[in-house]
Design a protein around this ligand. Structure first.
Ligand code: DOR
Ligand code: ZN
Length: 345
């Protein structure tokens, strides 16, 4: 008999479904192992109002596999024009969080916030309405080295926001550095972070040694191995401040294998298995359930899932290519690599 573990059904607290035909691919891939997911609003044009979020949610629900009870949790995209009333309307519509992208930080972020100092009334409304602030924490100044952008965001903006709005619940998304781990660990219980599989499994050598590896390119970019180790230590510690967020972000193969390749790793088809691989290699498989299935729900003040999934220690190979409904391909994250934990269906 193969070794197996059973955990409460996990949730993905950060991912990108995109829209249109993509949903037929991305929604079933995530519903495969997750009960809920925080859906990022960086569509083009972005999800900036409650009405747009409600319509987008309906399209996601329509793309669920038959009999799936998967539940998307919707977010709004902050712009320079977002008002406190937008936040109140979002709450009414069941939106659970808003996403702050500094303008130009990543895919479809050009419409985002160019001056954070105007956001105070929005932050106050978030506290009043009990919505979370999700942050892509990188400065975007051209003169700042890409490997230093997360650390500088903490020093220039994030510490200040947490000090001025101590009651605001903040998720520092997809953290990639030792400094981010230290900042979150040293902050109040209202500050938490998501961590992706790629930042736990890889470091910048996996992006740049032996030729550029476009399928390992994401933002924030992979950092040096001391940062990877800090992230691994954070999840191994069992701290409730760190929880699962894949940042699964599909881009068609030709857009990644390009002279100007897109940022994003499409990890949905191996998501929970990739994390199991990490936790197993760190000797802390017993911490997987808290990270994947409990701490995120607790932080969002949502009930923990009561159903379970089973992972079996059985090797399988991540597919090398996935065909989209439009006929184009996606190369998934970890394509062609062997994983040692398989989701028991
Ligand atoms: O690598 C990334 N891809 N990072 C992000 O912040 C956005 C995402 C996307 O939308 O493709
Ligand atoms: Zn993301």
């Amino acid at each position: 008999m193969a070794v197996s573990i059973e955990i409460n059904t996990p949730d993905d607290w950060h991912l990108h479904f995109r829209d249109g035909d993509f949903l037929k691919e991305t929604v079933p891939a995530t519903a495969r192992c997750f009960q809920r997911a925080i859906v990022m609003p960086n569509l083009a044009p972005p999800v900036t109002t409650a009405a747009i979020a409600t319509e987008y949610k309906a399209r996601i629900l329509a793309a669920r596999p038959a009999n799936s009870s998967f539940t998307p949790l919707m977010t709004l995209y902050l712009t320079n024009d977002t008002t406190a009333q937008d936040i109140r309307d979002a709450k009414q519509a069941g939106v659970v969080a808003v996403k702050l992208y500094p303008a130009g930080a990543t895919t479809n972020s050009d419409a985002a916030v160019s001056d954070l100092s105007h956001l105070d009334p929005v932050f106050e409304a978030l506290v009043e309405e009990g919505l979370l602030l999700l942050i892509h924490g990188e400065v975007t100044n051209h003169d700042v080295d890409i490997f230093d952008r997360e650390k500088l965001f903490i020093d220039r903006y994030l510490r200040d926001i947490t000090e001025r709005f101590p009651a605001l619940k903040i998720v520092f998304e997809h953290i990639t550095t030792k400094e981010a781990v230290e900042f979150v660990s040293g902050s109040s219980e209202n500050v938490a972070a998501t961590i992706t599989p790629q930042h736990l499994l890889l470091n910048r050598n996996d992006l740049l040694v032996g030729g550029v590896q476009p399928h390992n390119y994401c933002l924030p970019v992979l950092k040096r191995n001391i940062h990877q180790i800090a992230l691994q230590e954070a999840v191994a510690s069992g701290s409730k401040k760190f929880f699962l967020g894949t940042d699964s972000a599909p881009h068609e193969q030709h857009r990644k294998e390009s002279a100007c390749g897109c940022a994003g790793c499409y990890s949905a088809w191996g998501a929970i298995e990739l994390y199991a691989e990490v936790f197993d290699s760190l000797g802390v498989l017993d911490q997987l359930e808290g990270f994947a299935s409990h701490y995120g729900a607790d932080f969002y003040n949502l009930p923990r899932n009561t159903t379970t999934i089973t992972l079996v220690k059985e090797s399988w190979e991540v597919p090398t290519s996935i065909v989209l409904p439009n006929g184009n391909n996606i190369v998934p994250f970890f394509a062609g690599k062997t994983l040692s934990w398989r989701l028991h269906s």
